[in-house]
Design a protein around this ligand. Structure first.
Ligand code: JFE
Length: 256
């Protein structure tokens, strides 16, 4: 997969993509990461990338020209097949990012990310250049760089060969839309806190049942809205049913 990133601060990407799994993916040629400094696409002698907002107000807004020209330079260097090239603007006004969107994006051969800064970017970028707008959550950051890193991280780990083993992808919780079961490693007893006996039993059927129950229980307790969206099998539904009846009994016991 090819990824182009437009930013005023290309160096911000050097650490997350310069080490570990992503560095290996880049070195192995699975991923190519191209950083573009928006300032390099300005033409005035001060390399002005931002300006005051029309209508007044605090802060600065990124000018449209360098961003359009940077994207056009990228498009000029790729084939026509990429007419559908996703141009993704990170913004608090975008569609909420999710594992599903990560999966969709991972099916592209090429992605372009636009990272704004200051109070945002000129609206004409979203209207006439971006093909997608993504928010990573309902909080305001200082720019689109960290959101771009979040999206790219979630997308790259889905590409074949990027992670060591593809099994871990299937197993992971958000792929199924539910939370994860608890994980333990040695020691068996840490400061008196013991690993659940079932995990030491060697009984794989019992372990699988226990983990499934943990997944359902935790999701029910912490993120009940996820359970409603998930496709549960008959046994899972029964477990939800049992846990709900148990809980309402507990609540009744508490109330009485
Ligand atoms: C930019 C900023 C004032 C934005 C209301 C560019 N999920 C998510 N949170 N924050 C962002 C994305 C994000 C993305 C790009 C950004 C924030 N800012 C800061 C300042 C008002 C803003 O929009 C600038």
């Amino acid at each position: 997969m090819r990824i182009d990133i437009l930013t005023l601060f290309p160096q911000m990407f050097e650490v997350p993509f310069g080490f570990g799994i992503f560095k290996r993916a880049i070195d192995n040629g699975l991923v190519s990461l191209n950083l573009h400094n928006i300032r390099d696409y300005t033409h005035d002698k001060h390399h002005t990338a931002d300006d005051y907002p029309y209508g007044g107000g605090a802060g600065m807004v990124l000018k449209p020209e360098p961003i359009f020209e940077a994207v056009e330079a990228i498009k000029a260097g790729v084939k026509d097949e990429e007419a559908e090239l996703p141009i993704i603007l990170l913004t608090p006004q975008g569609r909420p990012f999710s594992q599903r969107i990560a999966g969709e994006l991972s099916r592209n051969r090429h992605l372009v990310f636009i990272c704004g800064h200051y109070e945002g970017v000129d609206e004409r970028v979203q209207e006439h250049l971006a093909t997608d707008e993504i928010s990573i959550g309902d909080y305001v950051l200082t720019g689109g760089e960290v959101p771009a890193m979040v999206v790219i991280d979630a997308v790259l780990r889905l590409l074949p060969g990027v992670l060591g083993s593809e099994d871990s992808l299937l197993e992971d919780s958000h792929a199924s839309g539910l939370l994860e079961y608890p994980q333990y490693t040695r020691p068996e007893d840490y400061r008196g806190w013991k690993v659940p006996e079932v995990l030491l039993s060697g009984n794989h059927a019992r372990i699988a049942k226990w983990r499934r129950e943990q997944i359902i229980r935790r999701t029910q307790e912490r993120r009940p809205e996820l359970l409603n969206k998930a496709n549960l099998g008959f046994e899972d539904e029964q477990m939800v049913e049992r846990l709900t009846t148990k809980r309402s009994q507990v609540n009744k016991d508490r109330e009485s």
